[in-house]
Design a binder for this molecule. Sequence first.
Ligand code: 13P
Length: 286
Amino acid sequence: MPIASFREILADAFEKRYGVGAFNIVNDLTLHAVLAAAEEARSPVIIQTSVKTVKEIGVGVLFGMWTEMTRGIAVPVCLHLDHCPDRTLISACLEKGWGSVLFDASSLPLEENRRQTIEVVAEAKRYGAGVEGEIEGIRGVEDGMGSDEASKQKTLTAALHFIEDTGVDCFAPAIGNAHGVYKQTPKLDVQRVSDIVSSHPIPIALHGGTGLTTEQFKDLIARGCAKVNISTDVKITYMQSSLAFLREAEAAGKWDPPALFKHVTKAVQEMVTSHFETFGSVGRAS
Ligand code: 13P
């Protein structure tokens, strides 16, 4: 089972209507914590890497970590490159062994996005990899990518033509979701997901997962959101659990880095497990 294809992982989730958590890891500790949570919960998982993380750690080192940490893993896992407008980095990751990429050409005119996405899909296919596509920017800057301006929703016909013409494996519509912390629970255009899926059955990627309610997750997953992205929650859990531990370390005058790593790993693992429960993916790998 171990390294599964993006298409396979999402096909099962889409068919059975559960969500596969796609967590943006930031280092070895978070990679380990997400994989450990997936193994313990017998849940499939997608490990997401932002362009910033890939550039900071390096394509080779990051892929080496992935290869070593997933050796012998018993649940379906896939390594995914999140929001990447850079074709050179996409090629480097595909060549190295990433299982899928989100080619983010949402800032290009639709026709140019379509043309280049067709090329990326053909390139990915040569490596047996998958592609997520988008035609509207998801609001919110994340790891230096994106914009705080809401992008104008394209017509349903435009979205369907894009999906059919490009052959992407997964589609990410803008439905009022946003990266980062929501100031209030957003009103989401859930009908958009149903409209796309009923005309063209394709796994939908739900971006901006941090801060959505359990009801919103369940409703969107039932409508076809098979990939559920979580990034901000990883960062907040990582930083806040570190802070709490360091405050106690300071008070006690005890400075033991491995104890800090263990504490943060446990916090990230618990956060991931609780998302698996909400997404209905627990036990799906048994
Ligand atoms: P959040 O940062 O809101 O969790 O969104 C993650 C995401 O959509 C990554 O592409």
